[in-house]
Design a protein around this ligand. Sequence first.
Ligand code: NDP
Length: 229
Amino acid sequence: MSGIALVTGANKGIGLEVVRQLAKRGWRVFLSGRSLASVRRAASPLGPSVTAVPLDITSHISIEAAVSSASHAVSHLDVLINNAGILDHDEGSIVDLPAGRLRRMLETNTIGALLVTQAFLPLLRKSQSGRIINVSSGAGQLSDMGTWAPAYSISKTALNGVTGQFAAALAGSNIAVNSVCPGWVKTDMGGHEAPRSVEEGADSIVWLATEAPQSMTGLFIRDRKPIPW
Ligand code: NDP
């Protein structure tokens, strides 16, 4: 079964691979990212089912424009994948973490995903079986919290909170909401020492978008299985 999806931060990395895999399965996909040139460049080899949409998830104006252009093109949205994210590689320790660094991470990794979800919810509600997928990280797991990248990790813990809140708010509706950890993946963010390819990193995300039971909601998934929060 194919559907209509929008992926944020999809001009490269895991997001681009998710778009590729969905398009290969016959899906109509909005490939979004914060630079018009980069989304156009990424979308052009992927064929007519992939539409480039500029979308900076930290900008209300950009989010509204993206919702408006998607609403003109399609009657509904089946899957929203909040994939866009940032990481400062040199974050130091929580002991002297500047608050501004945490604010910046929260702005993109948590609040950006929240605002995009709120904005696309009316289109998702028109789907027969909608899905919201928040690309989180094991670094945000409270059950396994370490010292690495404190601002990034906390922003992903908070993103998991966004997932839990939406899953509860939309319980009994036709929309499933889950977080997913792609594992450590070779991308600009993950670096070249990462053990996983983008294909492997995209696997659970595409599975949640296409094959996971619709009744599966309010979970944190890695390798197609629930993991602790
Ligand atoms: P990349 O750095 O390769 O890609 C990140 C994407 O997010 C880019 O397209 C980037 O755009 C985009 N982005 C950043 N800020 C914004 C914004 N304000 N608006 C729209 N797009 C934005 O990272 P990955 O592909 O590795 O990561 C994808 C997701 O997976 C992230 O959420 C990340 O936290 C998560 N993840 C990754 C892991 C890994 O090992 N790689 C491990 C665990 C989780 P631009 O090109 O313009 O910068």
